[in-house]
Design a protein around this ligand. Structure first.
Ligand code: GTP
Ligand code: MG
Length: 213
């Protein structure tokens, strides 16, 4: 793929990504009532680099052409949504699933069923309608929705071993799995604290200033 072909390839994926980002922004300020803190901590996004596209196609045994990329890759556009609580992740997923003009292409719930290494996240690949003057086309955007603690684990795991061969891999795997479980427990603890605080503010005895931060 030439540089020109790459730039031509990514234009509609960038459009689809922008459209979905706008919807996530709307959800973030409207999903709960205004006196409850927003569910999203931060959002990251990226368009896959030319080299990564070519490497991934090669791993799949395909040539690195424009057409092969368009037909075989569904993560050219990617968004990662970092939420505070598992409940926020679930609410966002339910809401996105309910947006009738979006197509759910694939869903993987690694929160309900973590990967064997301990990885947790909700993955949903959405087909986003992009309306051009002369046609409408759906483009896939891979959305990974996870909590802060899931993101912490995944970033560290990615740094120390994802797709890398290490000699001490087995030891590290046991350690990572244990950390994933510990983080899951901590997350539940914070979730309990949060629901107690929400109940208090609903009954008028909570610290309303804190709740609005
Ligand atoms: P890829 O070929 O890597 O895209 O994987 P896949 O097509 O089997 O899809 P999957 O939903 O399992 O993973 C997609 C993306 O999720 C990856 O590119 C990573 O960003 C993330 N991911 C999946 N598994 C792991 C993991 O074990 N550790 C970390 N750090 N990230 C992961
Ligand atoms: Mg991927």
């Amino acid at each position: 793929m030439t540089n020109e072909q790459y730039y031509e390839l990514i234009v509609p994926y960038q459009d689809a990504l922008n459209l979905l980002m706008a919807r996530l922004d709307v959800l973030n300020h409207s999903i709960y009532s205004t006196d409850v803190p927003k569910p999203i901590h931060n959002i990251q996004f990226r368009i896959k680099k030319k080299q990564s596209i070519e490497n991934k196609l090669e791993r799949k045994g395909m040539n690195g052409s424009f057409t092969a990329a368009k037909e075989n890759l569904r993560d050219i556009a990617g968004i990662r949504v970092i939420c505070y609580f598992v409940r926020d992740v679930e609410q966002l997923v339910d809401n996105l699933r309910g947006q009738r003009d979006l197509i759910v292409i694939q869903e993987r719930n690694y929160i309900q069923d973590p990967k064997s290494n301990g990885y947790r996240s909700y993955h949903i690949i959405l087909g986003i309608p992009v309306y051009y003057m002369e046609r409408t086309e759906y483009y896939p955007v891979e959305v990974q929705i996870r909590t802060i603690s899931m993101d912490f684990w995944a970033s560290m795991e990615h740094r120390v071993c994802y797709k890398q061969e290490r000699r001490d891999k087995q030891e590290i795997q046991a350690m990572l799995k244990q950390y994933a479980e510990l983080l899951g427990e901590m997350e539940k603890g914070f979730e309990r604290l949060n629901s107690e605080e929400l109940e208090k503010s609903a009954s008028g005895t909570g610290n309303s200033e804190k709740a609005s931060q």
